[in-house]
Design a protein around this ligand. Structure first.
Ligand code: ZN
Ligand code: ZN
Length: 392
């Protein structure tokens, strides 16, 4: 190896498992001994690492840049050896054996980890805030920053706002006459009213909104609110003042939407939220085509309580959802008020029940329905989600 040209660090690495000296020192003494024995000099131009271990400050500088620009506590490192370095190492291991050797990758990582730890950062490969992937041969580094996840609940106090940004159906987001060149079906959404505040505070590049189900655009979301998680990608700041963000969102969106219970969660919260089937409480105001006997209404409501409803995909969503039958349970229906043909009900049901169709019957696609039980046509005037039971 000395004949071919090797640096002290790489030379020492072949004796990594022997003795406790630093690899560079091992290499140094082996070289000295060999040079004294043969009374000659060997070059330190290294065929193995191309001088990487004499350029460790370069990689330290790269890490320092990250430290300067990103707030983080824990880190992990990766090392690419897919080029010449990896090929040379393989060849040398084959030719000279690797009984006491350590790999380039492990050696490099150990050195760079020690340097980053000196800046007060903690090496935590299982749960790193940032992952620095070095490419020593090309003198490059890639950075992966763990997203931030903030859980909360939102209330939507007005109708007509979708939960998430909805691209224009006509132009698919490009902008056209129909959408007034906004590219959107609705000018705002819960997502757009909430996420910019997190993005701005965390100095991230993108935020994603994950809701636990969604209410109809024309339905309000009241009571304790609906659980959601905001995922902030590539955050430069990780310590956010959630209380002040909450205040800011609620002030800026006063009377429109509100958030509450903000807290940091892990990535798994998104999956939990997406698969959760929280029981829902709805308030619905309906209009009966003609007056019915209050007795009959009480009976119909009682009949529907505690039974499973069979719903074929409603006509109003059939253009975007597969046509199938879904079965969901109604736990309880209570009559809140009866005013001539206008009736207000409170419905407790399993997650995913289409409430409007439970009222109208959707031309026989939902069975049984209140309209079917009463034998009159029903139209839904207002729908609110009063409570989402459960959360994380
Ligand atoms: Zn070397
Ligand atoms: Zn458009």
């Amino acid at each position: 190896m000395l004949e071919d040209g090797i640096c002290d660090s790489c030379l020492g690495r072949f004796f990594s498992k022997l003795g406790n000296e630093k690899l560079k020192e091992k290499g140094f003494w082996i070289r000295k001994a060999k040079e004294a024995l043969e009374n000659r000099k060997f070059t330190e131009e290294c065929l193995l690492c191309g001088g990487v271990f004499n350029r460790m400050e370069t990689y330290e500088e790269m890490a320092k840049e990250v430290i300067k620009n990103y707030e983080f506590e824990t880190f992990a490192v990766g090392c690419r050896v897919d080029g010449l370095i990896g090929a040379m190492e393989e060849l040398v291991f084959e030719t000279h054996g690797s009984e006491w050797a350590e790999t380039f990758k492990s050696h490099f990582n150990r050195e760079i980890i020690a340097k980053i730890e000196k800046f007060g950062k903690r090496f935590d490969p299982a749960n790193p805030d940032v992952l620095l992937i070095f490419d020593p041969e090309r003198e490059k580094m890639d950075l992966q920053v763990r997203p931030l996840y903030v859980y909360g609940r939102y209330r939507k106090l007005v109708r007509g706002i979708p939960q998430t940004k909805w691209p224009c159906r006509e132009c698919r987001g490009k902008g056209c006459e129909r959408c007034n060149f906004s590219g959107k079906m609705y000018s705002e959404s819960v997502e757009e009213l909430i996420t910019p505040f997190f993005l701005q505070e965390a100095k991230g590049i993108e935020a994603k909104f994950h809701g636990s189900g969604r209410e109809d655009i024309d339905a309000r979301m009241l009571g304790n609110g609906r659980p959601f998680v905001v995922e902030i990608r590539n955050p430069r700041k990780r310590h956010l003042e959630l209380k002040s963000i909450e205040r800011e969102i609620n002030t800026q969106n006063h009377g429109k939407i509100e958030v509450l219970d903000l807290k940091f969660v892990s990535k798994s919260a998104v999956e939990i939220l997406k698969s959760a089937a929280f029981v829902k409480v709805y308030g619905v105001k309906i209009r009966l085509e003609k007056k019915v006997n209050p007795e009959a209404l009480h009976d119909a409501v009682k009949d529907l309580s505690g039974i499973v409803i069979s719903q074929r995909t409603p006509k109003r969503v059939s253009h975007r959802r597969a046509d199938k039958i879904r079965k969901r349970k109604v736990y309880q229906i209570d009559i809140k008020s009866i005013d001539d043909c206008e009736v207000e009900l409170v419905i407790v049901s399993e997650s995913g029940l289409y409430i409007k169709e439970l009222m109208t019957g959707d031309e026989g696609r939902t069975r049984p329905s209140l309209a079917e039980k009463l034998g009159v046509e029903i139209s839904v005037e207002e729908l609110d989600v009063l409570e989402v039971k459960g959360g994380i």
